[in-house]
Design a protein around this ligand. Sequence first.
Ligand code: KIV
Ligand code: ZN
Length: 497
Amino acid sequence: MSEKIYIFDTTLRDGEQVPGCQLNTVEKIEVAKTLEQLGVDVIEAGFPVSSPGDFNSVVEISKAVSNPTICALTRAVKKDIEVAADALKYAKKGRIHTGIGTSYYHIKYKLRSDPEEIIKRAVEAVKYARNFIDDVEFYAEDAGRTDNEYLARVVEAVIAAGATVVNIPDTTGYCLPDEYAEKIAFLTNNVPNIDKAIISTHCHNDLGMATANTIMGIKNGARQVEVTINGIGERAGNTSLEEVVMILKSHKDLPYYTDIDSTKIIGVSRLVSTLMNMPVQPNKAIVGRNAFAHSSGIHQDGVLKHRENYEIIDPKDVGIRESSIVLTARSGRAALKHRLELLGYKFDKDELAEIYFRFLELADKKKDIKDDDLRVLVGKSVEKEKPYDLKLLQVLCGKSAVPVATVKISVNGEELTATASGNGPVDAAFSAVNKIMQKKVKLEEFLIQAITRGKDDLGKVHVQVESNGQMYYGFSANTDIITASVEAYIDALSKVI
Ligand code: KIV
Ligand code: ZN
């Protein structure tokens, strides 16, 4: 019988700790709602005592999200626990995640304490948290480097104190997969009350073993995994959600399942990468730009004959329409013919040979050949497909001047111009956009953020509009913040049905 693995997503806590990845509350809500649609079981929404912003995000996410449990992190400190309980007051299902370091390093050098005192503090924290909430998860920080006998004593004590989940973090990403497997197996077999709690993995990727360790944890008794989208997180990151989910889904021999709708993976990955300004490495498993791209002629031919020759995952399963055949100087005729057919062109053998000859000439000069290049190659004009494209923005504003903006937008290829005034340059520009796009919306949120801190900084703009009870988000980044604002507004409006 297949057993469920609970997906605990910590993108908004461990992931968000990464320098430069901070999100504001509106962005966190957008990510949380997307995680809910993805089907995660638990969302770790923040560390409420750490800042008013984190507190507020936990409150707002608790209000905005219904299905997943909302979890708040604390240290084994009463004040942290009280603040977390307060932040979770609107959660339909809330969880406090409290804990303390248990390794020799943490006990001696970080906490300057001793092993018995740590057990006492761990137990007190769990008991205190249980006064506020029924669902309490305990983390034994640096469990990866904690002696297994001692770890078993800690785990037994916190379960007896009321912990419902026991998290065994490999905080420094040091464990080898067989070591981590042994650790989880040791707890499964030696903690007398282990059946009263769920064991959770929380692996960091410092040595590139986070996913392997997580899978070994599952195989040895863990039933919850703590993961992040795109594997983001402290230092080298956390175990990536998409890798664990797709390993369990593609290895039919493993008797486990998750409730994740894998077809939504790519959308969430792109959203998190964009909002956090954290590009995904091209060769990243599952979600990297090249994860389903075939570039050598032999592979391209093989995949076109039968997809499974070179693919273990159907790209549709993660939300990608199809794998891509990257056209380079190493591509063969089969790949070129296939791409041309997808673009709607059919040629006989001789014509194709001629085009292929010209294609190779071009491919020698240009690294990778795009669809537009092919259209030029076959003598067709290049078509641009963006339905709404800002072509021009001119703003007149300043002290004592009435702000006036003129915008030119290409709407399905037709260029339309409008001018409007407003109480500021952005207001004027938005009014001009409204004249062209004519969507009935209410501006709900408009946020400008600087990515770094110089005067030549890139401004990130988030816009949220409401139409018929439905929210639509738009985003853009530009060194010119008025342009970024107008682009973000057009982006949001273009999504309104
Ligand atoms: O890596 C870690 O140990 C953590 C804990 C706070 C759960 O993130
Ligand atoms: Zn962590």
